[in-house]
Design a protein. Structure first.
Lengths: 218, 218
């Protein structure tokens, strides 16, 4: 049932990415259920889909290449968006994000697979940082436009067991000129375990300047 | 020549990991040159190997499973150490670490591949966090034994172009009881570009208690 729902409420993308020749290309949306998702992940996903019905929340699709997010941009075939760099379902980052525009909040349902191991049986601190950076970054992008991480500070409270499901809950706290301040909590499904908490500063980019120009003069 | 050097000065591991049956298993050391390494990476690697000759620096091997680092532990076949989760050379994290024990310093030569993309053409902030966490964590482990990341704070100064080579230079600043404080800089080979700077707090683990017990009562 959740799979049918997913198809029904799947939001429209702004535009289909174009092939170099100008034809439409179908990009796989990785933020849809697959057979590696645990029951806990599926239940949570269904609950969020339900909350999408009145428009309070929006499901965010996810592609394997960053230019897939930018309409009209040519895909570079040799690159992959970092958290989507594995094609085997379930081994890496399984996740889906939901945006609450009025709360300036992005929630990511995250199920870390066995290829994200750090300490034996638990997710690597770098994989936790990655899903936090991705979630906070997506939240900042939807609220403030094109941004870049300037600071990310994470307190690791309880290690995340591989195969478990956690909620990465982020929100924009403040916008000051080009600075976007955000915070984030990573909790178990039942809310009982705080796995990590983070704060971040993102810088809003000027589309007329190169990334390197802008980041070097922060 | 650098490849020959690599074989010559390759340090002995403390013990070979054992197969469940008791036989010796050969684990691939990923911290040795391969054809994806750029000339800049090779030159830097050779320079560090040279500095290993008098014992000031030590080359640190790197395996694809965290238990490969622990002699006698049984490998879990379904897991992979996060920064070693891709088998194709050059697409992900290419890196080699060198330890300077007297300076309590660990340097990582890092060449991010095209599967670590975040912003178009540049490394994802999460991949930078991952190589920093891995380098700082290895440094803390060699100085203080088994540890776990408690805090990681990163300032991103200049994005890291995919395919470029950077030096992740970390050191232990202070040890207070179970707390190990470290800092880190990520710079271009020529030292002219500061890509990121980070501070970290690691907690020394008590081998008689489980990870979860210890992390939940920080």
């Amino acid at each position: 049932a959740a799979r049918a729902e997913a198809l029904r409420v799947r939001p429209q993308r702004a535009a289909e990415p174009m092939e170099p020749g100008g034809g439409k290309r179908q990009s796989k949306d990785y933020a849809l259920p697959n057979s590696s998702w645990s029951q806990g992940m599926m239940d949570l996903y269904s609950r969020f889909l339900e909350m999408c019905k009145d428009g309070t929340w929006k499901r965010i699709p996810s592609y394997s290449n960053s230019v897939d997010h930018i309409p009209g941009k040519k895909e570079r075939k040799d690159t992959r968006l970092f958290p989507r760099n594995m094609d085997t379902e379930g081994v890496g980052f399984e996740y889906a994000m939901f945006l609450n525009p009025s709360e300036k909040r992005m929630v990511c349902l995250f199920q870390p697979g066995p290829y994200l191991e750090g300490p034996s049986g638990f997710a690597h601190g770098g994989s936790t940082a990655t899903i936090i950076d991705s979630t906070i970054g997506s939240c900042a992008t939807f609220v403030a436009g094109r941004v870049m991480t300037a600071n990310l500070s994470i307190n690791y409270r309880n290690p995340i067991p591989l195969g478990s499901v956690v909620l990465v809950d982020s929100k924009v706290d403040q916008v000051e000129g080009r600075k976007v301040f955000l915070s984030c909590h990573v909790r178990s499904i039942d809310g009982q375990t705080l796995h990590a908490e983070a704060t971040a500063l993102f810088i809003r980019l000027d589309s007329t300047k190169s990334l390197q120009q802008q980041m070097s003069c922060q």
